[in-house]
Design a protein around this ligand. Structure first.
Ligand code: DAH
Length: 342
């Protein structure tokens, strides 16, 4: 008996690779079968000199254990494959790939931009973190105006001449557009706005607005009225009427608040419109000459109109959602309701 033969055999066992279960069985026969190599070594062992028996006995036993272990582990690896093969039903239909849904605020935002896009309005955006100038001063807010108060505005840095704050409306983008561009200007400005309000069904500290601005020579209140009427009829249906109530905003003169005929009761009066037949949807007006001048536009040559609406408000009226908080909680049961809306 030669020690080298044993070592060679050990190497062979270690390096053996099986491609199929049959290879494993062949290995077993070759090593441990009646005429197998290990069986033969054990037979030879009987005639080993007594003083060598101890050494050879030990290595032979190790060899046999190794071989048995190798065969067992190879067998197991094939059993795993066999197992899954029999359990997998390849004829079964695949799992459906579940599509997400678009958020209702995105849907309404896109619809508003699309309608005004067809009227020739481009989209303009601006920063959410703003300075006092773009949110208030350039829009003709007097220094003591209550909207500048900490109670309404989230300040990042309230100190200094031009405090840094979270914009409270998207009218700031009007200013940025007028600073950048010469008339004619026709833009809609969608975006997130922030106000220091307690969260309830009717108020939130974060919401979304779309601002509109049209500046050119000879733009009149009649243009404003027609643009809004066309918009609401596209958005809420051709039967929709508008009503304009006089109002006040620092950046427009004259200013108006616009109502639409209640699309739920058709103007007869219901609990959504609180019996009035009308629902408020936006603020609007003719751009104040001071606002044009603050951004370097000649107010003797140009006039313009502006409007601003809350996207959540439009979405609530469109789908009769009675709690604003639904839009921010990302409850999948709510969001899936909009699956069929494109
Ligand atoms: N910025 C106003 C707000 O946040 C909305 C608004 C009113 C915008 C009248 C306008 C406007 O452009 O003309 O409440």
């Amino acid at each position: 008996m030669d020690r080298k033969d044993i070592d060679n055999l050990l190497d062979k066992i270690e390096q053996f690779r099986a491609e199929k279960l049959q290879d494993v069985e062949e290995l077993r026969v070759k090593l441990l079968g009646k005429k197998g190599e290990i069986t033969r070594l054990f037979e030879e062992f009987r005639s080993v000199a007594p003083e060598m028996k101890r050494e050879f006995g030990k290595v032979l036993n190790e060899l046999k254990t190794k071989a048995a272990e190798k065969i067992e582990s190879l067998r197991e690896s094939f059993e795993d494959i066999l197992d899954t093969d029999t359990k997998t039903d390849f004829t079964k239909p695949g799992d459906a790939f579940e599509l997400g849904t678009r958020h209702p605020i995105s849907l309404v935002r896109e619809e508003i931009l699309d309608i005004f896009g067809r009227f020739g309005f481009a989209v303009a955006e601006g920063p959410e973190i703003e300075d006092d100038w773009h949110v208030f001063s350039a829009l003709n807010f007097p220094p003591e105006h209550p909207a500048r108060d900490m109670q309404d505005t989230f300040f990042i840095n309230p100190a200094g001449d031009d405090p840094i704050l979270l914009r409270t409306h998207t009218s700031s983008v009007q200013v940025r557009t007028m600073e950048r561009q010469k008339p004619p200007i026709r833009v809609v400005c969608p975006g997130r706005v922030f106000r220091n309000e307690a969260i309830s069904a009717r108020a939130h500290c974060i919401f979304h607005q779309v601002e509109g601005l049209y500046i050119d020579e000879g733009v009149s209140f009649a243009d404003l009225k027609q643009a809004i009427l066309l918009f609401v009829q596209e958005m809420f249906g051709p039967q929709t009427q508008i009503r304009m109530r006089p109002s006040y905003f620092p950046f427009t003169e004259p200013s108006t608040e616009v109502d639409i005929s209640c699309n739920i009761c058709g103007g007869k009066g219901c609990n959504i419109c609180k019996g009035t037949g009308w629902l408020e949807i936006m603020g609007a007006g003719m751009v104040d000459p001071n606002v044009l001048e603050a951004s370097g536009i000649d107010s003797t040559k140009y006039t313009g109109f502006a409007f601003g609406m809350g996207i959540e408000r439009i979405a609530m009226l469109k789908w009769m959602v009675n709690d604003l908080r639904h839009y921010f909680e990302n409850d999948a049961r709510f969001l899936k309701e909009f699956r069929s809306v494109l």
